[in-house]
Design a protein around this ligand. Structure first.
Ligand SMILES: Nc1ncnc2c1ncn2[C@@H]1O[C@H](COP(=O)(O)OP(=O)(O)OP(=O)(O)O)[C@@H](O)[C@H]1O
Ligand SMILES: [Mg+2]
Length: 457
């Protein structure tokens, strides 16, 4: 239960909001103008700010900015009747946690408030942990406002408190390496080394000596003793990227090291113990690889103590505005350009695109678009043709249902159909769950429940 500052000049709405929030056990402070909100921000105790964007005196963005100056870790929600994607980006950039598009129902309000408070609590916890460890929060780098990403980050934080091996799975470009660095940064090993090796990029003949080191003269070209990456990662974290690509012979050796934490350099005598936390990532289905005999089951169990699955970007479109804003800033700085933002058509296209290449693809799109700007605004021509609106994702083209000759698993088929319908409805309604629910003839409550179930799969 929290102290919530509500600022709206419309008396009816303000009172309604306060009543609804109080009915949910919160305490409220009401401000009828921007000026009053600014005064209360400084003088009253508050944990969450909910402000209208259009106020007669001071703009809602101004109120938001002041709130962020005073208390950067406290969350804020913006309400607006004119929700354009551009406003949403500005609001997010100014630090709003979420925005509510008027008219909204009380369910939406309570959901947004609950999420914002949860995020605020996480941030405070972070600040506390960071102060305790005297460390910079590695999570600042990672954008993740969607439910799916927040869940991943929360699990990552929990796993970081232990030395458990974590297997990070997800499609290419979803941020697996970023999450690996995040876990290391949040862990007690943060001051130790983070060593990453891409198992697919090292030639098969060299990977063993790369990982375990070699003695001088162990093979042609081994002109000096080399300690290997396990030893380099001593007292830190070793990140085995693309672990699905390691040859079977090496998997057996890895298993031994993982079990015993003892490494023997190629051609060397004697073993050395190492204190290493293992993280691994793959975009392959390792269960399937195991069934097919391409991956050792015992190794899988060892590295998969905790599994973190990164959702593809198309399943967490709420992250797109903030990610896009982050990338605009990054690449505008790199190219020495001043960018004021996207036109709303561009943001619409970005929100609708299917992103087979996930976050990496979004970053590339934004970088390309930034390079093509005129007068500081990213316009539609700056996007590749395939991304511009109207282009539907190819892999979802509707095909009339035909029962395959061999039959099918109807439950699974229906679940897939449901996921696809909800996904497409959300896309059509630009993320508004209320409207997406209407489109599918469901109540908001049912829609939210099913969405939650799907996300938790
Ligand atoms: N949530 C995020 N916030 C900010 N940047 C992100 C996020 N996720 C990914 N990125 C950026 O997208 C790019 C791809 O991320 P990363 O390399 O971690 O993906 P990956 O899952 O390891 O991909 P691959 O399977 O192709 O190796 C990086 O530049 C990364 O910084
Ligand atoms: Mg990677």
């Amino acid at each position: 239960m929290a102290e919530i500052l509500v600022c709206d000049d419309e008396t009816n709405l303000r009172e309604l909001l306060c009543l609804a929030l109080e009915a949910n056990g919160h305490r409220t402070l009401a401000a009828a103008s921007g000026a009053e909100a600014l005064r209360l921000l400084e003088q009253a105790p508050w944990e969450l700010l909910i402000t209208d964007l259009r106020l007669p005196d001071v703009s809602g963005l101004e109120v938001l900015r002041r709130a962020k100056e005073l208390a950067p870790e406290r969350p804020a929600l913006l309400m607006t009747a004119f929700a354009s994607a551009a406003t949403a980006v500005t609001a997010m950039k100014e630090g709003a946690f979420d925005y509510l598009e008027k008219p909204f129902d009380m369910e939406e309000l309570h959901l947004a408030v609950a999420r914002a408070l949860e995020q605020g609590a996480l941030k405070r916890e972070n600040v506390r942990l960071r102060q305790a460890a005297g460390e910079r929060d590695a999570g600042e780098e990672i954008v993740g406002v969607s439910l799916g990403m927040r869940r991943v980050l929360e699990l990552a934080r929990r796993a970081a408190r232990t030395d458990a091996s974590v297997l990070i799975t997800g499609e290419s470009g979803t941020g697996k390496e970023l999450v690996a660095r995040f876990i290391h940064g949040c862990s007690g090993r943060a001051k130790g080394p983070f060593v990453a090796v891409n198992c697919a990029a090292v030639p098969e003949g060299l990977i063993e000596s790369e990982l375990f080191g070699h003695a001088k003269g162990a093979f042609t070209g081994a002109v000096a003793h080399r300690p290997g990456l396990f030893v380099e990662a001593d007292h830190g974290t070793l990140f085995l990227d693309e672990i699905g690509e390691t040859p079977l012979a090496l998997q057996a050796k890895l298993l031994r090291v993982v079990q015993e934490r003892l490494v023997r350099p190629v051609g060397g005598v004697g073993e050395r113990s190492v204190d290493v936390r293992l993280l691994a990532a793959t975009n392959r289905d390792l269960m399937e690889a195991t069934a097919a005999g391409r991956f050792r089951e015992d190794l899988l169990y060892r590295i998969n103590v905790v599994n973190l699955r990164l959702p593809p970007l198309r399943e967490r479109r709420e992250d797109i505005p903030l990610l896009a804003a982050r990338f605009v800033e990054k690449h505008a700085r790199k190219y020495g350009l001043t960018i004021h933002g996207f036109s709303s058509e561009v943001m619409d296209c970005l929100l609708r695109h299917h992103y087979p290449g996930n976050v990496r693809e979004l970053e590339n799109l934004v970088e390309g678009a930034v390079a093509l700007t005129v007068d500081g605004r990213v316009e539609l021509e700056a996007l590749p043709e395939g991304v511009r609106c109207g282009v539907r994702a190819v892999d979802r083209a509707a095909t009339p249902f035909r029962l395959p000759e061999g039959g099918l698993d109807l439950e699974a088929h229906l679940a897939e159909l449901e996921a696809s319908a909800m996904d497409q409805a959300l896309e059509l309604c630009q993320g508004s769950k209320t409207r997406a629910a209407e489109l599918l003839g469901m109540s908001f409550r049912t829609f939210r429940y099913r969405l939650g179930k799907l996300m938790g799969r």
